[in-house]
Design a protein around this ligand. Sequence first.
Ligand code: AMP
Ligand code: GLY
Length: 423
Amino acid sequence: MNVLILGSGGREHTFAWKLSQSPLLKKLYIAPGNAGTGNLGENINVNADDFPAVKSICLEKDINLVVVGPEDPLVKGIHDFFLADTELKDIPVIGPQKAGAELEGSKDFAKEFLFRHNIPTAAYQTFTSEDLDQGYAFLETLKAPYVLKADGLAAGKGVLILDSIDEAKAELKEMLTEAKFGAASAKVVIEEFLDGIELSVFVLTDGNSYKVLPTAKDYKRIGEGDTGLNTGGMGAISPVPFADDILMRKIEDRIVKPTVEGLKKDKLPYKGFIFIGLIKVDNEPIVIEYNVRMGDPETEAVLPRIKSDLLELFQAVGEGKLDQKTLELDPRFATTVMMVSGGYPEAYEKGKVMSGIDTVKDSIVFHAGTKQVGAEVQTNGGRVMALTSFGDSINEALAKSFANAEKVNFDGKYYRTDIGFDL
Ligand code: AMP
Ligand code: GLY
């Protein structure tokens, strides 16, 4: 099969790495890709949001399956675009259609879905600029801290957690009446604050049956001890040690099954990944959010633990035959440490020459923001490169990732040395 992966981050390099191991793969294309994916297949300089250009690649390169990495093209309806096109309609797309992608594209839609299907989640109400006063009144009924969420996609920045009610009211006003997050905050979900420890569960579904993939925990803040600004993710650990059999049974029975059943009941065709953000409060799992794709950097820790042929699983998703496949996992821990550009997540410089990548031993190198320039690999983003390692314990795996993070160099390199500190 010829496969096209859409996206350019560490997640997409991990997909490329995993799919390259499949005997079913003939040729791999990545649009736009990075320096790492370029070693495994052919990068094509097309943006995933440019659907007509994606179509051209599919026809020119005789693509048999498309894997959509990021949420943007899904929420914009890339899968629907394929289904509506006579030349593309038979190419399986891994990623939901637009209607199902609303689980990530609209927080209000996701909350309605969760309540409609009796899936545990925080109490909430949704407001627009017309009912700002009701928004203030709802805030008065809650206890601090206050959770405000822009309804639409806001590049991971749309959630605010505020300690004082005055701040919460001021932010609500700014989101609704001054478009703080653009159109994404035309609606705001105000939610009860949940106090607990987070984990993520990943599900692959063909819309009927599903496989629960390994759990992971990511580290979103830039600073050690989970301090400072939010980032795309500074590292990940899989599996999550506190996700024992009892908790996983609750998650599957109360959350995963009703989610897949709910999609069916609501007639939302869904072939792809469901990334369920959970919080464990007193041993009970509660849904914080859905994403309609894999996480980044969670993918870098989760996929290496899947022993089964991922392309075979994707093919089964396309054919609606996922129930006929089994999922085999590596029991060891995988840890991912992300190296980022100095200054990130605020202003940072690109184009720094990287060295030492060839000296990495006992870790898998996943490129994120990198670019091949002649013989050089240069930095090309905030999150630059992920190092994933295996171990029988988290610490054993982490020691390898950290040792290798010392060997790879570029001007301004930074990484967190406390990934997994809370486990
Ligand atoms: P989201 O984009 O919905 O995942 O929210 C971003 C982050 O905000 C989550 O990963 C949590 O750390 C935090 N968060 C979101 N909702 C809540 C909530 N109801 N209670 C506590 N923390 C939350
Ligand atoms: N690491 C979080 C995300 O991919 O949304």
